[in-house]
Design a protein around this ligand. Structure first.
Ligand code: ADP
Ligand code: TRP
Length: 336
């Protein structure tokens, strides 16, 4: 049987290079490897977006972004999380079997606390909804960024726990006979963490992004504001922990990056051939060469909301058909 691939991205802000190289590029590649389901996690997004007009707008923009970047609704099932009522039901049922201490120790919750966010229940329960997303469709493979690996581990733990509780024939060694299938994670190490303009992980939370669909001017400003040190153009530059160097590596095609790398480590030239300004220009050119086709397509989709809505509705129908047998098994297993 074809393997089932599932992943989602929250519609909580504008998408950036980290989202593309850490997640969406992989989603596009994997469309040809099995039955892919991709969704816009707009229920998760409610944890941070409290303005209904903005919430709706970001859901729409995220859908446009998926489509523009190459998610093909013929090959994949593309849908909105909130169009699948079964996910809320499964979320509740899972919550009845999992230990609260798992949630207290989840890094998404601990990190946000550490950043001074006031802890809502939604943030605390976030991994449970994510587990419901994953388990509802009998997913085999879940491509996620490094920061999401722990959530996947939790999902596997809870699915196993549920199976041991409710499936008498479950064999935890082979994984056979369970109510839930235990999914595998998948991350690509070389792009597992894309740095932001300030050198921390690129994240909308840190305000250090380079956006995929900002205006030309915004993107140029963002690239120009990447933090560099004061090494003069003629000196060799350090490569370790340099956001600009790492971003060039991620964005430029290999052969072009080889040229940039040589200039970077050798130094020797002047401002216009070996200075940080020159490297920023190379990054901006690389960005446009890579993303301009998607940016054009994005603008077309944004201008045609009815078509995007049609795609999402069709995707939701397909997704609910995948979910139906699973939620049926769960209801039977627990006695509903
Ligand atoms: P943000 O950190 O901006 O809020 P999200 O948490 O919504 O981004 O991430 C959406 C997806 O993009 C996730 O799969 C996540 O792992 C991936 N991702 C986000 N930022 C990065 C990054 N800097 N490097 C690699 N992957 C990332
Ligand atoms: N939590 C993920 C993120 O922040 C989004 C997400 C929600 C997700 N449910 C999921 C990812 C299920 C993979 C599978 O990016």
């Amino acid at each position: 049987m074809a393997q089932r691939i599932l992943s989602g991205v929250q519609s909580s802000g504008r998408l950036h290079l980290g989202n593309y190289y850490g997640a969406i590029r992989e989603f596009v590649r994997m469309q040809d490897e099995g039955e892919a389901l991709y969704f816009i996690a707009n229920l998760h997004a409610l944890n941070s977006v409290r303005d209904p007009v903005l919430a709706r707008q970001l859901t729409f923009e995220t859908a446009c972004a998926f489509l523009a970047l190459g998610i093909d609704p013929v090959k994949s099932t593309l849908f909105r999380q909130s169009d699948i009522p079964e996910v809320g039901e499964l979320y509740w049922i899972l919550g009845t079997v999992l230990p609260m201490s798992d949630l207290e120790n989840a890094h998404s919750y601990k990190d946000k606390l550490a950043h001074g966010a006031s802890p809502d229940f939604g943030l605390f329960a976030y991994p449970v909804l994510m587990a419901a997303d994953i388990l509802l469709y009998d997913s085999d493979v879940v491509p996620v960024g490094k920061d999401q690996r722990q959530h996947l581990e939790l999902t596997r733990d809870w699915a196993g726990k549920f199976n041991r509780q409710y499936a008498p024939k479950y064999d935890s060694h082979t994984g056979q006979g369970g109510v839930f299938k235990l999914p595998a994670g998948r991350t690509r190490d070389e792009t597992a963490s894309v740095p932001g303009r300030d050198g921390q992980k690129m994240s909308k939370t840190y305000g250090n992004t380079i956006d995929l669909f900002g205006t030309d001017n915004e993107v140029k400003k963002q690239i120009n504001s990447i933090k560099t040190d004061s090494t003069p153009p003629e000196s060799p530059k350090p490569t370790e922990g340099q956001a600009l160097y790492d971003l060039l590596k991620v964005v430029l095609p290999e052969a072009e990056f080889a040229d940039v790398h040589n200039r970077w480590v050798e130094g020797g030239g002047g401002q216009t051939t070996h200075g940080y300004g020159f490297f920023k220009t190379r990054l901006l050119e690389g960005y446009h060469a890579t993303f301009d086709p998607a940016r054009k397509r994005y603008a077309e989709l944004v201008a045609d909301p009815a078509e995007v809505e049609r795609q999402l509705k069709a995707g939701a129908l397909k997704a609910r058909a995948y979910a139906a047998p699973v939620i049926d098994r769960v209801r039977k297993a627990v006695g509903l």
